[in-house]
Design a protein around this ligand. Structure first.
Ligand code: HEC
Length: 730
């Protein structure tokens, strides 16, 4: 059997790469693809078009676009794997991506080929039956771009259309590849040079136009969405999501109106939103209704987060945190619904937009559904944007409710953190983040990869815009919660909880939920087999009864999952495929119980089918050990200075020192070897590890700063080393 032969081969490789990653912490390099055959590619490879996507149910063996259909329901009519047979579900093949950063892609499957993306926007074309590589394409994103990615160097997938595969790269390019060979057909720079924008979302193709947005609101970006001609890469239209400098002509009449909802400070020294971006980046969700001919796009948070700094004179700040309905031919706006007026909590509305037909109040409605970060589940009439329902799906404190008459949330005025810190639920991780949900027309339920979490928000003492770095205007550092050496104890928030939830959009109620041990988990798939599939951060693939939430099957995948599973069939056999590789926002929020602590973070595409093998390959790694650190350096003042510098410049990637020593996605610096310490200045100030994503920080730090960070790191390493020796850990 090919799958077994391949599996045996891969097992050896898995062991080697794991050992390599564990000792060097460097990302293994994939060898170049073998040169593609000279013959002209067959024109029929992956010949997806709009007619085929609209008629997707006629070919349930395929997964033709990001959410399978333009409605983005992530529901498959395949039912070979059902509530009875799922007990026989097992492992069939794996493909090693040879990466150790987050994998978030939703594969596209067509003509027996599976197209997925990995860290640093690499594209993989695999045989969907065996997992054998057909080709891969590495866009060679410069390692320094890792610095502009708030939440790991991830990519959520490709679009496939008429024989081409489209990928948006982390450094802002849109690349069209030949689906047969992986050769570049055309490539455009969508962002305009080295500006801190990133593309992590999957493009969508509508009427021969490739639609793509980007991220970067933490870094001072102004959001925009662009459509490119799918054949040539020529730009067809671009819309901005927030107004630019109001003294200049506006790009559209909507933006002129939007500008009236922004109010810059009168103080000439204060930063103006148009100088520091404004935000509203469209970094993930889109959906398309071919009958109404409307393209729906979700927009993100404000830049900076804090409304008192961004727009001190008040206002809704259109079109932040909004759902935009656009004409796909021109980008003209048909309607908008602002989910969070005047966002001040990093509440994006970029989360999954899903279209369905629902009976509401005895009437069949064409609805648009979204469970954005803010914790309310929104049901809108997708022809008009009228709000039909908005009920909480997790614990929500920032607003008491959403007023259906005005469509506006009723904010909790006590929690606006203007004059002091406020603990608010949800927090910036959201009640639901980018992980796709799924809808089953069989049950009428939406399955949400939800989380209960919050954050203590406070104002930054004095906001100074830092180009190319995080700009939130919020107190405390990203990912940091430790009190610091000699500091006051940090506020202890109530524990966060990750879960899978079945939400009834017609009644606005939670039907059932499953609590997960880890906060961040994978996206969701629903099938006609009466099942819901989800991977978890603690390393399991779950198959759950869609009606009751009973877990019918769980398979240990020996790796953390963030990505959504998809399903397809080849030669009559149904497969479930999912990418395993943890990271994303998890590079800042590593908790105990994550699979990567035990198994490391080797990226893989995994496929399952009935009568597959009971075990997924993978062996536990030895527990991490803190090496004996170099002799202590500096006094308490220097260490405290190093702590502040670490929190402001390193914690967003290397995580807070208050977390236990861990394997992590980005290396835990307490595990650094003596030779790494010797190289510290070269690493931080001269880009010695830039190729692996460790930025050259010489524009914000100097040699004295590195000396302080070094003293702090050595001090932290000694604490961890002594604790380890005292505990006598093997
Ligand atoms: C944008 C994310 C990011 C930021 C910010 C960042 N790092 Fe890194 N760092 C990385 C990544 C990714 C690696 C792994 C690089 C590799 O594998 O080659 C790394 C590696 C390192 C290493 C080598 C670790 C080892 O054991 O091999 C050191 C030391 C280091 N970083 C120090 C720092 C310090 C100090 C700061 C803050 C002043 C910092 N980094 C900020 C992403 C970051």
């Amino acid at each position: 059997m090919t799958s077994l032969a391949r599996r045996a081969g891969v097992l050896v490789l898995a062991g080697l790469t794991a050992a390599f990653a564990a000792c060097s912490q460097e990302e293994p390099k994939r060898p170049e693809s073998p040169p593609a055959a000279e013959s002209t590619p067959a024109p029929t490879v992956a010949d997806i078009d709009g007619t085929r996507i609209v008629a997707a149910d006629a070919e349930p063996e395929s997964w033709l676009s990001y959410g399978r259909t333009y409605s983005e329901q992530r529901y498959s009519p395949l039912d070979q794997i059902d509530t009875e047979s799922v007990s026989r579900l097992g492992f069939v093949w794996e493909y090693e991506t040879l990466t150790n950063r987050g994998l978030e892609a939703s594969p596209i499957v067509v003509d027996g080929r599976l197209f997925a993306t990995g860290s640093w926007s690499t594209v993989y074309a695999l045989d969907a039956k065996t997992g054998a590589e057909l080709w891969h394409y590495d866009p060679k994103v410069p390692g320094k771009w890792g610095r502009y990615a708030c939440c790991d160097v991830v990519n959520r997938g490709v679009a496939v259309w008429k024989g081409r595969v489209y990928v948006g790269t982390l450094d802002g390019r849109l690349v069209a590849l030949d689906a047969a060979t992986g050769k570049v057909d055309w490539e455009v720079d969508t962002i305009g040079g080295e500006v801190p924008y990133t593309i992590t979302g999957a493009p969508r193709v509508v009427k021969d136009k490739v639609i793509i947005g980007n991220g970067g609101a933490e870094y001072g970006a102004r959001g925009f969405v662009t459509a490119y001609d799918a054949a040539t890469g020529e730009r067809v239209w671009r819309i901005y999501t927030v107004p630019g400098d109001p003294s200049k002509p506006f790009e559209s009449p909507e933006l002129e109106k939007a500008a009236a909802t922004w109010a810059a400070s009168e103080d000439p020294a204060a930063p103006k939103w148009w100088e520091i971006g404004g935000g509203g980046t469209a970094w993930d969700s889109m959906a398309y209704d071919p009958d109404l001919d409307l393209l729906y796009v979700g927009t993100g948070n404000g830049s900076p987060w804090n409304r008192w700094v961004r727009s001190p004179g008040g206002g809704d700040n259109l079109f932040l945190a909004s759902i935009l309905a656009l004409n796909p031919d021109t980008g003209a706006m048909a309607w908008y619904y602002q989910v969070v007026p005047g966002d001040t909590w990093d509440f994006t509305a970029t989360q999954h937009i899903m279209l369905a037909e629902l009976e509401i109040g005895g009437r069949e409605r064409k609805v648009l559904m979204q469970a954005p970060k803010d914790g309310f589940f929104y049901v809108l009439d997708r022809a008009t944007g009228e709000l039909l329902s908005a009920e909480p799906f997790v614990k929500v404190t920032w607003a008491s409710h959403v007023d259906l008459a005005t469509g506006r949330p009723v904010e909790n005025a006590d929690l606006l953190y203007k004059d002091g810190p406020s603990f608010v639920q949800p927090g910036p991780a959201g009640g639901h983040n980018w992980q796709p949900m799924a809808f089953s027309p069989q049950t009428g339920l939406v399955y949400i990869p939800a989380l209960d979490a919050g954050k203590l928000y406070s104002q930054e003492e004095s906001f100074r815009f830092r180009k190319g770095s995080w700009n939130r205007a919020i107190g405390g550092a990203v990912g940091a919660s430790g009190p610091g050496p000699g500091g006051a104890p940090a506020f202890t928030p109530p524990p966060s909880q990750g879960m899978l939830e079945a939400f009834d959009p017609a009644t606005g109620t939670v039907r059932w939920k499953i609590d997960h041990p880890v906060i961040l988990n994978g996206g969701v798939l629903a099938t006609a087999g009466g099942l819901v599939f989800q991977g978890t951060g603690d390393g399991r693939l779950l198959a759950v009864r869609a009606d009751t939430g009973e877990i019918l099957k769980e398979i240990a995948v020996k790796g953390g999952i963030l990505a959504p599973p998809v399903t397809y069939a080849v030669e009559g056999r149904q497969y479930i495929a999912v990418l395993s590789g943890w990271g994303g926002a998890g590079i800042q929020a590593i908790g105990p119980g994550t699979a990567i602590e035990t198994y490391g973070n080797e990226g893989r595409v995994l496929a399952f089918a009935l009568d597959g093998a009971p075990e997924v390959p993978g062996e536990p790694l030895p527990p991490v050990r803190v090496p004996e650190p170099p002799p202590a350096e500096g006094d308490a003042a220097l260490i405290a200075q190093g702590f502040a510098l670490y929190d402001a410049n390193c914690a967003m990637c290397h995580t807070a020192m208050s977390t236990p020593v861990h394997r992590g996605v980005v290396p835990d610096l307490r595990l650094a070897s003596a030779s790494t310490y010797a190289e510290l200045e070269a690493i931080v100030l001269r880009g010695a590890r830039e190729a692996g994503g460790m930025p050259n920080l010489s524009d914000v730090l100097g040699a004295d700063d590195v000396a302080a960070v070094r003293a702090f790191l050595i001090d932290e390493s000694w604490k961890a080393y002594r604790a380890q020796e005292a505990a006598g850990t093997p």
